[in-house]
Design a protein around this ligand. Structure first.
Ligand code: NAD
Ligand code: TYD
Length: 347
């Protein structure tokens, strides 16, 4: 089987690529990634020489290039993760999100449709999406697979749009697809523009810890390797045309999460308890900031037997240890363009 994973040099994609390359020696895994600021081949150093792995540098919006790639390798399966993924960046440059997340998904769908001409036996297009398509919850309730789409940010609107196109290709052309919508991930190799690695990086450097608004926003956090395991299950055992919600059963208000992280970091760094908490700085809120996300993951649990394997405290400790042991990785990704972004976003 030839499997195409898009966005495999990014945060979640690199964990999915590694899992598939290691666990499925009979598959050939092609990783298609444009290596934007968020893509980094350092994330895959340990598997780059494996015989069942090939990296391809390319842009999913480049129709000619993508069609040639599909014609050459006749991918049996596609696991599509490539995306612009950061809400704050989508507020500054929404069109970039439409291009990659909507047009890019369309280009992949067309390429997949055009190589198989309706002969879809044992073929699958897996679209990896986010819980943010459902918009925001109030103080109670959970997102289920039947919750109506109600996206509030340009990022979530672009992901919602791509989800709709995948579904439409299933209805219109019979394309065999599955979609999963997952909550916030954290773990190794996450680019430090997202909350948890940004906080870790700033604590190491004794820099202010920016908390948007009053800090009372709630997210449901999942360890990235548990997401990768869920993706493996959905790809192999999920039912065509179905959606699976994936979440950590693990809600945290931002301010409580920041406080927990500060305490764990003080201990790891041998600093006096309470040192990092003093760095907390309330800053201007994100426009259109969704109050609360929380996933009902009972469908994937009941139908496919998936549940998170680590607690939040365990996952966070593994994550902190990894960032402390990989300060060179952190330094490399936070130089140059990152510093410019940081200045603009937080000045
Ligand atoms: P990321 O930003 O870390 O990685 C995205 C990858 O896509 C990068 O390697 C980048 O180089 C690549 N890419 C971007 N534009 C491209 C293009 N035009 N052509 C080819 N490659 C391109 O993102 P992530 O956090 O790993 O998220 C991966 C996927 O999972 C996304 O689709 C995202 O919407 C979804 N998701 C993320 C989270 C989360 O918490 N991070 C949660 C749920 C779903
Ligand atoms: P983020 O990691 O950007 O994920 P998402 O917006 O996709 O949920 O942000 C997680 C939460 O943390 C969100 O409520 C915004 C908040 N946040 C801050 O308070 N400060 C920050 O510097 C960042 C990046 C996020």
């Amino acid at each position: 089987m030839n499997i195409l994973i898009t966005g495999g040099a990014g945060f979640i994609g690199s964990h999915v690529v590694r899992l598939f390359v290691d666990n499925y020696p009979n598959y050939h895994i092609f990783n298609l990634d444009a290596l934007t600021y968020a893509g980094n081949l350092e994330n895959l150093k340990d598997i780059e020489d494996k015989p069942n792995y090939t990296f391809v540098k390319g842009d999913i919006t480049d129709e000619f290039f993508v069609n040639n790639l599909f014609n050459s390798h006749k991918f049996d399966g596609v696991i599509h993760l490539a995306a612009e993924s950061h809400v704050d960046r989508s507020i500054v440059d929404p069109l970039a999100f439409v291009k990659t997340n909507v047009i890019g998904t369309m280009v992949l769908l067309n390429a997949f449709k055009n190589i198989w001409h309706g002969n879809y036996e044992n073929k699958r297009f897996y679209h990896v999406s986010t819980d943010e398509v459902y918009g925001t919850l109030g103080e109670t309730g959970l997102f289920t697979e039947n919750t109506s789409y109600d996206p509030n940010s340009p990022y979530s609107a672009s992901k919602a749009s791509s989800d709709h196109f995948v579904r439409a290709y299933g209805e219109t052309y019979g394309l065999p697809y599955v979609i999963s919508n997952c909550s916030n991930n954290y773990g190794q190799f996450q680019f430090p523009e997202k909350l948890i690695p940004l906080l870790i990086n700033n604590i190491i450097q004794n820099k202010a810890l920016p908390v948007y608004g009053d800090g009372n926003y709630t997210r449901d956090w999942l360890y990235v390797k548990d997401h990768a395991l869920a993706i493996d299950l959905v790809f192999h055992k999920g039912k065509n045309t179905e959606t699976y919600n994936i979440g950590g059963f693990n809600e945290w208000k931002n301010i409580d999460l920041v406080t927990l992280l500060c305490a764990q970091m003080d201990e790891k760094l041998g600093r006096k308890a309470g040192t990092s908490e003093k760095l907390i700085t309330y800053v201007k809120d994100r426009p259109g900031h969704d109050l609360r996300y929380a996933i009902d993951a009972s469908k994937i649990n009941k139908e496919l037997g998936w549940k998170p394997s680590v607690t939040f405290e365990q996952g966070l400790e593994i994550t902190i240890d990894w960032y402390l042991e990989n300060e060179i990785w952190l330094k490399n990704v936070t130089s140059g363009a990152y510093l410019e972004y940081y200045e603009k976003q937080y000045s």
